[in-house]
Design a protein around this ligand. Structure first.
Ligand code: ADP
Length: 640
């Protein structure tokens, strides 16, 4: 077993055998020594390599440009050159979960070898692979899953002094959290006082406050929000918000299916979590916005692409801690239960060797949801809400997040709840389901949804499920998200969620992005009737002037469409998040059907099934993994 330092200085256990170290293998047939360049098609666009060759070996590989998912592709960019140089072979393993970028690097190097006159067969010798010996390791806390929740828990548990081992199935850290939109909801009055006032907010709040309470908990929450709102109205601030109002919207927006007490734990701790993230190095844009499906202007955008800022912050916080170690390419298979207590995890390495992990204080499952798992989607979602969640539906999820931990917990006695509650996200790439190519600097405030008849058809500031259903009911089953120079004043500065400029997207015709100087021109690019599109945008602007809700019920009218150029990209709903999963209490302890606690087992993040109910608000997933990751980390470290 070798130890290597990767990324933020974390200790990575890499198995030399898996990579088949073969550094003495040099080419028998001489090549023309020199520096060569090549480009290969990767996930989001071309990837460029620069390769230095001696007469008989690959001596250096640099990836000089790549537009693949940041945070994820970085792992291939760092590891693949090393693997190829160490083995002098193109037959190395790709980074698990990052196979497309890894493959592009291999093809780029192969191209360079070809240019140098190498005999390619000499670089395609099969590598000898030996199985690593079985391992048995122990720590105070064992965490399964290296996404947002697992890393939030790890950072917290390790900071408290507990020894922590985290295992991750793929070859990279971040899970679905790292490819997410990276938005975070929190009531943060200091920032929201400067948000533009909206007339529609009054109606949003009074509708929620005048609803007949369904139980005492609901009644108490309504009364709390009412009192807070009355007090707010006596100030000259512009936008009301509070953790209780955030909780009420989260509960209502999930059809009152979530567990209200747990939701309140999330919203009451959202601001503390936000500040804690900032202390770990996470950076947010200063202004508040309204994310897709967030239902309110309490969304903070991450400065770094997608969810990379969160994962970097957690990794930085863990870097250099000698009480923390992580094992990539290590898949948990089952929990070890002794005398009714969960005391460890049975896992396997990539080559099939056994990894047995013993936890003195607690095991945390943070393996995420199953929106990317077609079989489970179909099994659990039999209801009328989504008629077909089969293979024709795209997903925004990364491979590897397949619901594993949910069933390990179930096998240990946990109750599963709300498994049929599956979220589709409306703003996904029409062909791939990814969201990285989206750019909307003002989020909901600055965009409208247009169908192929050039018309609006739904409130853009509504719920994700309602919008997705409306898109699916349109004849083509997809829509265009339309913006203007009012939202995107400079295409060189406006960035997609994954950090590419809008200029780049347009020049390379990526994600279906189109633009035109006039609305007529945009309609032609989109293939919609120009007259309808113009009438639609005019009507939208009228609502900005009058601040009246429109026929779809939209209330967020902050930005008028005043000028071109105009921009659009097509979007189609894709499976995004699963709201159901393991039943937990407010301490992230795992519960059986009778409400009793399974000692030693904690769950946090998308694996859990009680937080979001029937529909998760956009921007609440980051709060979920941050807040409950911290709670699970604290409690497991203390063995509570
Ligand atoms: P969350 O937001 O709840 O943290 P993510 O999707 O971000 O969820 O992260 C879940 C992580 O768990 C992913 O990195 C995924 O690869 C990992 N994972 C899933 N199943 C297993 C497993 N059986 N063993 C180890 N890691 C797993």
């Amino acid at each position: 077993m070798t130890k290597k330092i990767v990324g933020g200085g974390l200790v990575l256990f890499l198995l030399a055998a898996v990579f088949g170290c073969n550094s003495s293998a040099r080419a028998k047939t001489p090549m023309r020594a020199g520096t060569y360049t090549a480009s290969a098609r990767a996930l989001n666009g071309p990837l460029a390599v620069e390769v230095k060759l001696s007469t008989d070996a690959i001596t250096d590989i640099k990836i000089t440009s790549s537009v693949d998912s940041p945070g994820v592709s970085d792992w291939a960019i760092e590891l693949m050159p090393r693997r190829i140089i160490e083995s002098q072979s193109l037959m190395v393993d790709v980074v698990t979960g990052v196979s497309i970028t890894s493959g592009a690097i291999i093809r780029g190097v192969e191209d360079c070898l070809g240019q140098a006159g190498a005999v390619l067969a000499e670089f395609k010798r099969p590598l000898s692979r030996t199985r690593a010996p079985d391992q048995e390791l122990s720590a105070d806390v064992v965490i399964v899953g290296g996404g947002g929740a697992g890393l939030s828990a790890a950072a917290t548990a390790a900071a408290s002094g507990a020894s922590v081992i985290l295992i991750e199935k793929t070859g990279f850290l971040g899970g679905n959290s790292i490819v997410s939109g990276g938005i975070y909801n929190t009531a943060n009055p200091e920032k929201q006082d400067h948000a533009p006032a909206e007339s529609g907010v009054e109606k949003l709040i009074t509708d929620a406050l005048t609803e007949r309470p369904v139980n005492e908990e609901h009644r108490a929450l309504i009364e709390k929000v009412r009192a807070e709102y009355e007090a707010f109205k006596r100030t000259n601030k512009t936008l009301f918000d509070s953790p209780s109002w955030h909780a009420l919207q989260t509960w209502n927006g999930g059809d009152k299916i979530g567990t209200l007490s747990i939701i309140q734990i999330m919203t009451n701790n959202a601001l503390a979590g936000f500040r804690w993230l900032q202390e770990q190095g996470m950076e947010f844009y200063p202004n508040v916005t309204q994310g897709s499906g967030s239902l309110y202007q309490r969304t903070f955008r991450a400065l770094m692409p997608n969810g990379t800022g969160y994962i970097k912050a957690f990794r930085d916080s863990l870097a250099g801690r000698n009480n923390y170690s992580q094992m990539l390419d290590t898949t948990a298979k089952s929990l070890i239960v002794e005398g009714g207590r969960v005391v460890g995890v049975n896992a396997v390495g990539k080559d099939g060797h056994k990894v047995t992990l013993r936890a003195a204080r607690g095991v945390i499952l943070a393996t995420g949801g199953f929106a990317g798992n077609v079989e489970l989607r179909q099994k659990y979602c039999q209801g009328e809400k989504w008629p077909d969640l089969g293979p024709s539906l795209n997903t925004s999820n990364v491979p590897g997040v397949t619901g594993d931990g949910i069933f390990m917990a179930e096998a240990a006695g946990a109750k599963l709840v709300n498994m049929e509650q599956i979220q589709l996200l409306q703003v996904c790439n029409k062909d791939t389901g990814a969201i990285g190519g989206n750019a909307y600097p003002n989020y909901v405030a600055g965009y409208v949804f247009i169908n192929m008849n050039g018309e609006r058809f739904v409130r853009e500031d509504g719920r994700r499920d309602d919008i997705s259903k409306s898109i699916m009911a349109q004849s083509e089953g997809y829509m265009y998200l339309v913006q203007s120079a009012d939202s995107i004043p400079d295409t060189d500065k406006a960035l997609t969620l994954d950090g590419r400029t809008v200029t780049y997207m347009l020049e390379n015709k990526l994600s279906g992005w189109v633009s035109a100087a006039t609305l007529d021109g945009l309609a032609a690019e989109m293939g919609v009737p120009a007259g309808n599109l113009k009438t639609t945008i005019d009507a939208f602007n009228t609502h900005i002037d009058t601040q009246r809700p429109d026929e779809f019920g939209r209330v967020l009218f902050n930005y008028k469409y005043t000028k071109g150029p105009w921009y659009a990209f097509p979007c189609k709903p894709a499976a995004h998040h699963t709201m159901g999963g393991v039943l937990i209490d407010g301490d992230c302890r795992t519960l059986r059907a009778d409400g009793s606690v399974i000692p030693g087992l904690y769950c946090a993040g998308e694996i859990t099934g009680v937080v979001h109910g029937g529909n998760r608000l956009g921007g609440n997933a980051m709060v979920d993994f941050t807040v409950f990751g911290r709670i699970a980390g604290t409690n497991a470290a203390a063995g509570r």
